[in-house]
Design a protein around this ligand. Structure first.
Ligand code: PGA
Length: 251
């Protein structure tokens, strides 16, 4: 049984005051024991506020990015240990904006995945192809390369310790989501690959879809057999919309 996981990736949005308003509203909306796991990813500067307001609630929080070394001379970076120290449970690894704006490659992303696991964080490994790669029929080839490099040398103690997010790059922030049948097809291939890599328990690893998910289309994705949740950007900035998406996972 895979519990759905719906995550809010705020990206580089919100001040402290806005974050507090968001946390208060989301706490009002969320039932005491929702059957869906909710995770908020504020910018690193707001993680301590997430801890202050969300600790003890059913809402988890995580970091959008972290450097894989525990400490050291890495000006401007925040380490996996530092985000774990603020109560983060999840770490997004290899988001397409990290790959394509900041030039992160599969090797570095793999180091982040391993460092997250070593630190007790649960990595959400993002994979997904560019539009030209899909048009050239290379979508699976690209996703498979991203999976096999990032998950090389990974020891996974249990399937709950990893989440994979399939986010086709062309669907992120564009308002144009993937077709549900394409998202399902890719998720099924990812699940099969995870089983090959980690054995039967690999089938229990949760797979999210991300890319222009909104309250109006969430049900189309969250009802698919191999999609266990969503990684939401734009629509997650409003707590009411985020909660509406999460509720789609329950119906
Ligand atoms: P979007 O972003 O929902 O705004 O398309 C998704 C993501 O970047 O994870």
């Amino acid at each position: 049984m895979r519990t759905p996981i719906v995550a809010a990736n705020w990206k580089m949005h919100k001040t402290a005051g806005e974050a507090v308003g968001y946390f208060r509203r989301l706490l009002e909306l969320v039932a005491p024991q929702p059957k869906v796991e909710l995770v908020v990813f504020p910018p690193a500067t707001l993680l301590s506020l997430a801890k202050k307001h969300l600790e003890g609630s059913p809402i988890g929080w995580g970091a959008q990015n972290a450097y894989p070394e525990p400490q050291g001379a890495f000006t401007g970076e925040v380490s996996v240990v530092q985000v774990a120290d603020l109560g983060a449970r999840y770490l997004i690894c290899g988001h397409s904006e990290r790959r394509h704006i900041f030039g992160e490659g599969d090797e570095l992303i793999g180091r982040k995945v391993r460092a997250a696991l070593d630190t007790g964080l649960v990595p959400i490994l993002c994979v997904g192809e560019l539009l030209e790669e899909r048009q050239a029929g290379r979508a699976w080839e690209v996703v498979e390369r991203q999976l096999s490099t990032a998950l090389a040398d990974v020891f996974l103690p249990s399937p709950e310790r990893l989440v994979v997010a399939y986010e086709p790059v062309w669907a992120i922030g564009t308002g144009v989501p993937a077709r549900p049948e394409d998202a399902q097809g890719m998720a099924a291939r990812i699940r099969k690959w995870l089983e090959g890599r980690f054995g039967k328990p690999g089938r229990a690893i949760r797979i999210q879809y991300g890319g222009s998910v909104k309250p109006e289309n969430a049900r189309e994705f969250l009802g698919l057999p191999d999609i266990d949740g969503a990684l939401v950007g734009g629509a997650s900035l409003d707590p009411d919309k985020f909660w509406a998406i999460a509720q789609a996972a329950l119906t």
